[in-house]
Every structure is written in structure tokens, then in C-alpha cells.
Write a protein that binds this ligand. Structure first.
Ligand code: PBG
Length: 333
């Protein structure tokens, strides 16, 4: 075999040429993170005048509706196009069924009304789940410690319907029951909410990265875990199957969650479906960077932008992130 005998002086290909200045780097950059990619999560609580920082999610707050509107004002003025709402009912409103989740005057329903009244242009997405509303903290109907699929569907469809009635533009079921996209689509269509979209948490893994969220939403299961409905982190083909079913059932956007440890799943989703792909940069992904930054071990801005850019590079069209407001400030300034 003839040996290629190229000395280092003969190099023809020098990829470093395209990295030699800010100008050229910016011209050849393949992925750009922009304000149009972002959705900001908001946590709504009962009461008035409440704006309490969530200790596990620094810079994010529990907000009563009056203060929520101030926050939404800021979000909208930054140019962020959408928010996703999580309701946190009072402990006294929780019951075995999670009925506060579909109450007409439930916390999310009230929040939707108020936001849409003042900010009709802002896209309001609601998280559809029961875990914040049930005493047991599971995402559906629990019988003898088992989460029962089909009776849960009716409840989830009720939740989605009341959110739509309150003005939600899109609903995002995060429970991982089988058949919930179809159940929700049918219920919305029957009630003439054909224009309300579904962002489905299609591939939602049973992840340790939700830890800080559960503190924020008071939604940890009292007993057991969510492994019988959320996905095994070891699986990838199963995620495609879940997405396929959700697309068939009528999802408008498919979501992968968490994002950072599942970039391969985001890429497979992008390559396999002609639907917008959303990625949820979840609480643990955010909080671990915050904590390390507080210790001076990591540069928050740099690592946050790197993480979010990676999600986009992997194929995400939409990113839900607790950094949304910061990102806009960072990329502007
Ligand atoms: C509700 C829900 C969870 C998250 C979003 N919706 C928690 C869970 O499934 O336990 C997690 C979001 C985050 O960690 O940022 N089912």
C-alpha cells in the first residue's frame, strides 16, 4: 500500500481557516438560538400579591395572578412568543381525583383568562396533568397503587377542555397515558375547539432531572414513582413508537423531555417526523448549572447558551426553558 506522504507544510484542508475570526465564525455558524425558539414556563398560585422565588429554580417565581400579569408583561416585552402555565393549587384544593385540575375557576383556567384578556397575541400553552392536583401526586386515576389508564383519559380530556374554554391556544399533556392525545383531540373537536393545538409530551422519560420541578409544583408522588407510565431512559426505539402514536392521534407538535440527556432522541424525532419538535430543558438541567455557577465552578451564561444551542443543533424547533428571559437579554446584549 502506498503511504500518503503529506507533510504538515502540504496541508490542503485547514478547517481552522473558518474559525480564524469572529466575522468568519459568525458567517459559517450553522445553528442560531433566537427569541423565536423560546417558551417560558410560569408557575401560578392562588392568592394575591404573591411573588415568591422558587428556591430550587433561582430567578423563577410562584406568582399569584396579579403578579403573573407583571411577569407576562416582561416576557412579552422581551419578544418571547409563548408561555407554558403550571398551576399549583392550594393543598386544601387537592383531592383523590385531582378535580381542581378541571374546575372552571381552577388556577390555570383563571390565569389563562387573565393573560388572554390583556395579551391576546401571546401564545398560552397549558400543561395538562393531574399530579399537582391529586393527594397521591400521581398523574391519573390510582387504584390499589396502580395508575389506571383509560379512566384517566376522560379526566385529562376534561382538563384540556376547560383550559381551551379559558382561552388556551395549545394544550400540552404531560401524563404519558396511552391514547390521551386522541381523547383530548376528540373532546376539543366535539366542543368546537378545533383550532386549539396539542403539543404532546410524546417521549417523556422517568427522569431524575425533574427533581427541582417537583419542589416547585408540589407534585412528587406520595408513594412509588412514575416508571409505569414515563419512559425508561435506556430506550430510544420506544420513543419513536410513542411519537408515531401521538402523530397518528393528532398531535401538532411532539416534545421530548428532558432535553440535554436525550439529544439523540431529539435528532431521531427530527429525522423521522415532519412536525415541529419541541424540547423541554427541564428543571434539573437548569438548576445544576445554577448551583455550579453559584459556586463559581461554571460560567452560567456560557453553559446555558451552549446547552440550548445543542438542543437546537440536535433538531429542536421550540425550546421550553427557565432561561428564556435571560437568553433574550444575553443574545441582545
Ligand atoms: C407534570 C410535569 C412534570 C414536569 C412537567 N410537567 C413533572 C413530572 O413529570 O414529574 C417537569 C418539568 C421540569 O422538571 O422542569 N407531570
Amino acid at each position: 500500500m502506498r503511504r500518503m506522504n503529506i507533510s504538515r507544510h502540504d496541508l490542503v484542508h485547514r478547517p481552522r481557516r473558518l474559525r480564524s475570526s469572529d466575522a468568519i465564525r459568525s458567517l459559517v455558524r450553522e445553528t442560531r438560538l433566537g427569541v423565536d425558539d423560546l417558551i417560558y414556563p410560569l408557575f401560578v398560585v392562588e392568592g394575591e400579591g404573591v411573588r415568591e422565588e422558587i428556591s430550587s429554580l433561582p430567578g423563577n417565581y410562584h406568582l399569584s395572578i396579579d403578579r403573573l400579569l407583571d411577569e407576562v408583561e416582561e416576557v412579552a416585552s422581551l419578544g418571547i412568543k409563548g408561555v407554558i402555565l403550571f398551576g399549583i393549587p392550594d393543598q386544601s384544593q387537592k383531592d383523590e381525583k385531582g378535580s381542581a385540575a378541571w374546575a372552571e375557576d381552577g388556577i390555570v383556567q383563571k390565569a389563562c383568562h387573565s393573560i388572554k384578556e390583556e395579551y391576546p397575541q401571546l401564545l398560552v400553552i397549558t400543561d395538562v396533568c393531574l399530579c399537582q392536583y391529586t393527594i397521591h401526586g400521581h398523574c391519573g386515576v390510582l387504584e390499589e397503587g396502580c395508575l389506571i389508564n383509560d379512566p384517566t383519559l376522560d379526566r385529562l380530556a376534561n382538563v384540556a377542555l376547560t383550559h381551551a374554554q379559558a382561552g388556551a391556544d395549545m394544550v400540552a399533556p404531560s401524563d404519558m397515558m396511552d391514547g390521551r392525545v386522541r381523547a383530548i383531540r376528540n373532546r376539543l373537536d366535539k366542543a368546537c375547539f378545533k383550532e386549539v393545538g396539542i403539543i404532546s409530551y410524546s417521549a417523556k422519560y422517568a427522569s431524575g432531572f425533574y427533581g427541582p420541578f417537583r419542589e416547585a409544583a408540589h407534585s412528587a408522588p406520595q408513594e412509588g414513582d412514575r416508571s409505569s407510565y414515563q419512559m425508561d431512559p435506556a430506550n430510544s426505539n420506544e420513543a419513536l413508537r410513542e411519537m408515531e402514536l401521538d402523530v397518528e392521534e393528532g398531535a401538532d407538535v411532539i416534545m421530548i423531555k428532558p432535553a440535554l440527556s436525550y439529544l439523540d432522541i431529539i435528532r431521531r424525532a427530527k429525522d423521522n417526523f415532519n412536525l415541529p419538535i419541541a424540547a423541554y430543558n427541564v428543571s434539573g438541567e437548569f438548576s445544576m448549572v445554577k448551583a455550579a455557577a453559584q459556586k463559581g465552578w461554571i460560567d452560567e451564561r456560557r453553559v446555558a447558551l451552549e446547552s440550548l444551542t445543542s438542543m437546537k443543533r440536535a433538531g429542536a424547533d421550540i425550546i421550553i426553558t427557565y432561561w428564556a428571559k435571560d437568553v433574550v437579554k444575553w443574545i441582545k446584549g
